[in-house]
Design a protein around this ligand. Structure first.
Ligand code: GDP
Ligand code: MG
Length: 308
């Protein structure tokens, strides 16, 4: 991400701290500050930062009500909203956790260091690797084809079919980071383990229109889960052809998997796929893994500062 400046304003829109601004000189933030403040305060209730494009810049902003501080990050237009929002979310969390001095001003050294660290951490988020696992004919390849031919998600740029594995890069969108998908064919089964162990997570496909295959799917999933504690979601696929009444509840009980991880999808039309991906990437992979790593590093850094 190309972050140009990060600024914190107090209640009277006075700038209390800023990072060194690189390339944001034309950005007349004071003009749009009242609008940003209103949006940030409204959004704050939903507990998630906003991202916004104005002129030649992207902005993300949020409000820390406990400290009456408005946070504004300014980035170049080519910076992904996902990353920008994630950056601000982490920055907010860090400022909320750390005390500000008596005059209510954040130390600019601490602020600059924190922002630098968070940019590095957020930049390490993309290039997620997601494996597509499941029995033959469960819909893994259709998932890949659907995205490419129908372009339900903008940004897929390559399709490399092989008999063994399809590797498809997704360039990222406003909601999702870059992802490399591994669609592993059955002939490649003995190598699933290798790909999956190098993955950030996986989608496990189940053909719920074929009730005879569900037990075999259950066994395979158990085998995989016994092997790795990787984030995953379940694609309960072919809902268009299923006679099962409530597939999510049915599979949750059958597979001993929390119901929130089960998504009803129809890979042949794309139904449910975007929500499934967002859930896997944002709730399961990023939030649990990257986010805790960032906080851990920030804490370690603050502790070592306190010792000095
Ligand atoms: N009815 C229905 N059929 C589907 C759906 N998704 C995939 N299929 C079909 O299921 C078959 C196997 O799909 P494929 O993606 O090749 O499975 P893979 O072996 O897991 O890669 C194909 O004939 C697909 O057309 C779906 O959502 N509904
Ligand atoms: Mg296939």
């Amino acid at each position: 991400m190309t972050l140009l400046a990060v600024k914190v304003f107090d209640e009277s829109n006075k700038e209390v701290v800023t990072t060194i601004s690189i390339g944001a000189d034309n950005c007349n933030i004071s003009e749009i500050l009242p609008t940003i403040r209103q949006l940030a305060m409204d959004q704050n209730k939903k507990n998630s930062p906003q991202a916004w494009v104005c002129g030649e810049y992207s902005f993300s902003f949020d409000y820390i009500s406990s400290k009456s501080l408005l946070l504004v990050a300014i980035a170049s237009l080519n910076t992904s909203f996902v990353k920008l929002k994630k950056f601000l979310e982490l920055l907010k969390e860090t400022i909320e956790e750390n005390s500000i001095n008596e005059s209510g001003i954040l130390s600019s050294k601490f602020f600059q260091d924190t922002c630098d660290l968070l940019v590095k951490s957020v930049d390490s988020i993309p290039n997620l690797r997601i494996s597509l696992l499941g029995l033959a004919k469960s819909g893994k390849t259709t998932f890949i084809q659907q995205h490419i031919t129908e372009q339900q998600l903008a940004g897929f740029n390559s399709y490399e079919p092989t008999e063994l594995v399809n590797i498809v890069n997704f360039e990222g969108s406003s909601d999702l980071p870059q992802i490399r998908f591994y669609d592993l064919g059955m002939a490649f089964q003995q190598h699933w383990w290798k790909f999956s162990s190098e993955s950030d997570g996986y989608i496990f496909f189940i053909d719920i229109s074929d009730s005879n295959s569900i037990n075999a799917s259950k066994e395979l999933l158990e085998e995989i889960r016994n092997f790795w504690d990787l984030p995953f979601v379940i694609a309960a696929n072919k809902i268009d052809n299923s006679t099962i009444k409530n597939p999510r509840r049915y599979l949750s009980r059958k597979l001993f998997v929390p119901i929130r991880l089960i998504h009803e999808v129809e890979t042949s039309t794309g139904v449910g796929l975007k929500a499934l991906l967002q859930d896997l990437v944002i709730n399961e992979i990023q939030t649990k893994k990257q986010y805790s790593a960032v906080l851990q590093r920030t804490r370690t850094k603050n502790e070592s500062k306190r010792r000095v």
